[in-house]
Design a protein around this ligand. Sequence first.
Ligand code: ROI
Length: 160
Amino acid sequence: MISYIGIGSNQSQPIEQAKQAITALNQIKNTTLVTCSSLYCSAPMGPQDQPDYINAVAKLETTLSALELLDELQAIEQKQGRVRKDNRWGPRTLDLDIILYAEQTINNERLTIPHYGMQQREFVLYPLFEIAPQLQLPNGTFLTEMLKDCDKNGLTTITS
Ligand code: ROI
């Protein structure tokens, strides 16, 4: 299965957090990192009194199920110092979200796929476009259509 993972960090050296996460994604069992977007700098969505975010999107090939993959992603978040508390919209050291998983639509307690917020998130759609310009969602919508309604909101690529 092909899966796209959103990576986000705005705490504890976010560029290093993102790079370390990309390395960790490539070490998940039964999974290979196919490609990863550039790193991007984005303004915080939600409360503005927090640092800018570093974001990226990775493309994985995996034989894990979506829930097994979620377990692996949460283990990486924990290892990199993620503290889950009442900070739904607050700063985080590392956030790994399954954006898409094969052509599946999933709605259960732990997962909503495609990711519910992707249409509003320039820091997901533009990195995704960089690595998968032809992408279509399970409902047939083209990524290029979604991008027309998505302001860049100051999103920049990090060159390094
Ligand atoms: N804002 C940006 N720019 N990038 C994120 O990854 C991100 N993640 C979040 C919230 C708090 C919604 N804001 C974000 O979880």
